[in-house]
Design a protein around this ligand. Sequence first.
Ligand code: NAD
Ligand code: IPM
Ligand code: MN
Length: 343
Amino acid sequence: MARIAVVAGDGIGPEVVGEARKVVDAVLPGVEVTEYDLGAARYHRTGEVLPDSVLAELAGHDAILLGAVGDPTVPPGVLERGLLLKLRFAFDQYVNLRPSRLWPGVASPLAAVKPGEVDLVVVREGTEGLYAGAGGSLHRGTPAEIATEESLNTRHGVERVIRDAFARAARRERRKVTLVHKTNVLTHAGSLWSRTFEVVAAEHPDIATEYQHVDAAAMFLVTQPQRYDVVVTDNLFGDILTDIAAAVTGGIGLAASGSINPDGTYPSMFEPVHGSAPDIAGRGVADPVAAVLSAALLLDQLGHADVAARITAAVSAELAARSPEVAVRTAEVGDRIAAQAVG
Ligand code: NAD
Ligand code: IPM
Ligand code: MN
């Protein structure tokens, strides 16, 4: 049986992950789950963010389910970089997979978009870019302050994520890959991305391709999200575009993701796209659907495609039955999805 590590994290993380676990326990009794207490509380208690011993233990699991990290009481970056990004980097999770679909019954803020019309997946590079480059500041706190952040892009890193995007497109109906970058300004990284894209595209004559600058892609995701199938892009562009894609398909509370190590050398990590939502934490009103769908992606990756499909169908039923006038209650949503998924 699969061994899953759970890092519930901060804010609404434990609330939504609790519901995801409820659903997993219901459909796959006997699954071995180990909880790791990491995040703001541990940091305040012990000063630790991600001890090496815990990293080593996590490496021994088949997959990780993560809630969210980040808390207003901790300086920005300490947990985000020291915990979340450290896990993505240490476990070489270079494919940050972020599907968006408009579920039946869910209203898009775009009046013209109908359920079924939006079904896209962003393949976001997960280990490089501005997230991994050097940075520094000079004359900090003075009027002469200078800050730099460098974007790191390697041929190896760019090529492997582009290859993954084409492989995914080959398994989808529309078979189209859109490269999103900013080649008109970022002429070094942009050139590397577009030349590599051309090489891989030439090996896949049956897959349609297009290129868009990221500013135009941000616009088209709002005006015409139907036009996308697979989108491949760098780490920061992918971060921003996937919040937009989530918003146009019913909100960040529904958006699931996988930080995947396709080689299987390390565990992949499954996590909602959203954060710890300190503004609603502790009130039992966070939508657990993103966490539940992330758990379904996890089970699918571990070979439980049948169980994952049952969870996804249960989520679809939950969303179809939802009334926009009735507020989400975290635990009730989890109860209904679990009951429906068990059948
Ligand atoms: P956020 O995603 O936490 O919240 C943005 C808005 O969306 C808030 O109004 C929030 O209430 C709402 N929201 C988020 N998830 C929701 C859900 N499941 N149901 C209903 N509403 C939901 O983003 P933020 O406010 O920019 O960041 C808050 C903290 O989370 C920061 O510390 C940030 O660094 C961290 N963060 C962590 C992750 C992660 O762990 N993967 C992702 C994004 C942000
Ligand atoms: C996400 C988050 C993270 C990211 C932060 C918290 C490091 O925004 O998972 O989308 O930028 O990747
Ligand atoms: Mn984000």
